[in-house]
Design a protein around this ligand. Structure first.
Ligand SMILES: [Zn+2]
Length: 246
């Protein structure tokens, strides 16, 4: 029965781990999606910066065109006053063109920054893709190994259950419904270790005498009592899975 309980605990722990795997894979994908989204938004920012540069360049062109037009007109003006006014317009347009050129230069630097950012994030994405592909492969290997362990333990459990009497197995399964994985409770310091309720000294005496084959159940929680330390199992799989269970 203790063997059955151990196998139930093992399969339950393995099942929990197996069930947690898809979530771990999803988390890995989510990390990758985050890196991809960062690249996308950096590219959008770059496109925007390039558009802004184009717009500023057009502004400069327009001011230059205007200055050119005024200069062409200045040869045909009749009055001194009109000439002066036109000169003012030319100076103004040229000043705007010059200011616009400064803005274009600034924007070119912004474009450069945006390009650098895209390159950096793309490199980071590539790195993440490599790391996460490795992580996923590792998870898949672990999954396969744990599935195998689970299958082995399940088969062992079946074989162990077969060796038990129908009555015992029925009792075990009935208690297991209420207390999965802890059908058996050790008696220590006069108490049921599962629920803490005192066990009658007479019952303990009978439990401790090897000759008595009778089953005793905790009066409070109904678990099957045992008094001996469980025999430590040292199958190689236990150490590996045991560490991950906590
Ligand atoms: Zn109890």
């Amino acid at each position: 029965m203790l063997e059955l309980q151990r196998l139930d605990q093992t399969t339950a722990a393995l099942r929990t781990e197996l069930e947690g795997m898809p979530k771990k894979l999803r988390e890995a994908d989510a990390k990758l999606n985050g890196a991809r989204a960062a690249v996308t938004s950096a590219k959008e920012a770059l496109t925007q910066a390039l558009g802004q540069r184009k717009k500023l360049e057009l502004d400069v062109e327009q001011w230059k065109e205007r200055a050119k037009k005024y200069r062409a007109q200045s040869s045909s003006v009749k009055t001194n006053e009109a000439y002066k006014a036109l000169q003012q317009e030319i100076t103004g347009a040229e000043a705007e063109a010059s200011k616009g050129e400064d803005r274009v230069l600034e924007q070119m630097m912004a474009v450069e920054e945006a390009e650098k950012r895209v390159k950096r994030l793309e490199a980071e994405l590539k790195e993440s893709e490599k790391t996460i592909a490795g992580e996923k492969q590792q998870l898949e290997t672990q999954f396969a190994e744990k599935k195998k362990s689970w299958e082995t333990a399940t088969a062992e459990r079946k074989a162990t259950a077969k060796k038990m009497s129908a009555d015992m197995l029925e009792l075990y399964e009935r208690i297991a419904k209420k207390h999965p994985g802890t059908v058996m409770a050790q008696v220590r310091d006069g108490q049921c270790r599962a629920c803490g309720v005192r066990v009658l000294p007479h019952t303990i005496q009978l439990l401790e005498s090897d000759t008595d084959e009778e089953l005793f159940r905790c009066e409070s929680c109904g678990r099957i009592l045992y008094s001996l330390e469980p025999i430590p199992h040292s199958s190689p799989g236990d150490a590996a899975t045991g560490a991950a269970n906590g």
